[in-house]
Design a protein around this ligand. Structure first.
Ligand code: ARG
Length: 563
């Protein structure tokens, strides 16, 4: 039940629909203090239509409304304050949560529409850095949120497996690489060669020329170049998959940039046919000056394709293959300008899905204040961060709960969950400085804090034993229980908001509020006392457990029953 909607409806009714209930809905507020009720309607907006002073309108409305759902409706100055009937509302909310369980908050807004999510997309022959963590976990969470809202997401890993950098890598490997080294520790050595290339080419411009030639050979299918490239790609993918496995993230497709090689000529032909391709100093570009954007460079002077050429082919392929209603690109905010250009080109081409193209940007990640860059050798390996986090979690669990039986598994769920949650609790666009120690604390705004509240709820339920608290009319009383009921009641709206904004932090912040409200309730209430409200309290605890677990699931974080 959406009580805000109810308030809007009864107010509209009380004023004979002189203003629509949806306009009224938009004005309804949540009072800051409980003494002003649970919801409030400021009557100012009606003054004009009703030729009346808002204070008098407020009084009129308050006297007309007479619905069981409200314990009291009171005019205070120009405001109408609504006090929900706590007993009735809590009974209704708890019954709905206990019946619908983890489906509570599901809706069909998406109407089964397909949404492609371009996510993770690390570059071959480089380690997946903390920088790629954000795209992976944000995209994964958005996919789950979309599903809950009735969409069908397709998670596509647009691997950076093509481009001039492979000319550099081949050059570097052939010059000073060693096969045995690469076999033993592939990513480490491939990065080493790449970093070395960039250190040397500053003094030796001939290296760049050589690299360009190797990339050209690769594009032309030269067997030696292709063999090396394939090898680099295989060993890199193997390493990425280890990280994905730890994070619990999978993909529907891994169509990297190289997948579109045989589709690039079509792109060029179509652009030509549409009269969109222009020559500019030997290169081919699409002019975007009508949109105040720099031209998009489609082919270099030597005819080599670019990142954007492959992205145009990708968009066309996705359109034809999936007929998506939206195309999301979960990519750092440093590529914002680039995605404006891409969208502008696709619009000019009249591509169906251009309108549904959304760049979903996110801010920079630093680790203990340090920026990440492969080129300068300052790399924090995501794999190592995850392993370290699990190790630290294991240590904490050993101290806090030495008798716990499945310590290693719980440590993995807590350690990995802390990293994911530590990222997702921030608004996407904010830059974050990641500190493992902070994110692993059981107190504060952390994943383990929410996980611990869930485990605490589960342990209360386990102590209570098997009881059928589904039955019964759970009329709960008390401010702290009411706080929880209101949060549970708002969950479906939270799910919609997270979806509309492509913003997992909406769910993460909600889960923190619910965990906090529950911990407060837990500290002040003798939940297991055998009185007439015992079942109602257990129903509340069970509902909290269900929704905390579901919130964490939407973030891609596990919720162990004990920890
Ligand atoms: N591989 C790119 C990078 O690491 C991200 C690719 C994003 N997706 C896209 N379709 N352009 O910066």
């Amino acid at each position: 039940m959406d009580y805000k909607q109810l308030v809007a409806d009864v107010v509209a009714d009380a004023v004979d629909n002189q203003v629509s209930s949806s306009d009224i809905y938009a004005k309804i507020e949540t009072p800051k203090t409980a003494q002003n009720g649970d919801l409030a309607f400021p009557a100012f907006m009606l003054a004009k239509a009703m030729h009346q002073n808002p204070k008098i309108i407020a009084e009129q409305i308050a006297s007309e409304i007479n619905t069981d759902a409200f314990a009291q409706v009171k005019a205070v100055g120009p405001y109408v304050n609504f006090f929900l009937n706590q007993g009735q509302v809590s009974a209704q909310v708890l019954e709905t949560v206990l019946t619908e369980k983890d489906h509570y908050g599901d809706n069909h807004d998406g109407d089964n529409g397909v949404v492609t999510i371009d996510m993770s997309s690390p570059n071959i022959a480089k380690p997946m850095s903390m920088g790629h963590l954000r795209s992976t976990v944000i995209g994964n969470s958005i996919a789950k949120i979309l599903t809950k809202n009735g969409y069908r997401p397709i998670k596509d890993n647009h691997l950076g497996d093509w481009g001039t950098q492979f000319g550099k890598l081949i050059t570097a490997y052939l010059k000073w690489g060693n096969e045995e080294d690469v076999k033993r520790d592939p990513i480490h050595y491939l990065v080493k060669y790449y970093v070395e290339f960039h250190q040397r080419d500053e003094q030796d411009p001939a290296l760049d020329e050589e690299a360009r030639e190797w990339f050209k050979k690769l594009e032309d299918g030269d067997p030696e170049a292709v063999k090396l490239w394939k090898w680099f790609r295989d060993v890199s993918l193997k390493a990425f998959n280890q990280t994905y496995k730890k994070l619990g993230v999978d993909f529907d497709t891994y169509n990297g940039e190289s997948f579109y090689n045989d589709k690039l000529q079509d792109v060029v032909d179509t652009l030509k046919k549409d009269g969109l391709l222009e020559k500019s100093q030997g290169a081919s570009v699409v002019d975007l000056s009508d949109q105040d954007l720099n031209p998009a460079l489609i082919l270099k002077t030597d005819g080599a394709s670019l990142y954007v050429t492959r992205d145009i082919a990708t968009a066309i392929y996705r359109d034809e293959t999936y007929h998506p209603v939206m195309n999301l690109y979960v990519v750092g905010s440093e590529q914002t300008y680039y995605f404006k250009q891409l969208k502008a080109v696709l619009q000019k081409m009249g591509l169906q899905s251009a309108a549904g193209l959304h760049h979903v940007p996110f801010g920079l990640i630093t680790v203990n204040g340090k920026k990440l860059s492969t080129r300068h050798g300052n790399i924090v390996l995501l794999n190592e961060v995850l392993d370290e986090s699990v190790k630290m979690a294991a240590q904490q669990i050993k101290e806090k709960n030495p008798t716990l039986s499945n310590q290693q598994q719980v440590a993995e769920e807590v350690g990995v969950g802390a990293v994911i949650f530590g990222d997702l609790k921030n608004s996407r666009i904010d830059s974050i400085d990641f500190n493992l120690q902070d994110q692993l604390k059981f107190e504060g705004e952390t994943g383990p804090y929410v996980q611990y509240a869930h485990a605490r709820a589960e342990s209360v339920l386990a102590k209570a034993g098997k009881r059928d608290y589904q039955a019964g009319n759970h009329q709960l009383t008390g401010d702290e229980a009411w706080e929880i009921v209101k949060l549970l009641q708002s969950f479906p709206a939270v799910v919609k908001k997270a979806n509309a904004e492509f913003e997992p932090s909406v769910i993460a912040k909600y889960s923190l509020r619910l965990a906090k409200a529950f911990n407060k309730y837990y500290a002040h209430t003798k939940i297991l006392t055998d009185d007439e409200q015992l079942d109602a309290r257990l129903a509340l605890v069970k509902s909290v457990s269900i929704i905390l677990k579901e919130s964490l699931r939407l973030l891609g974080v596990q919720a162990p029953d004990e920890m």
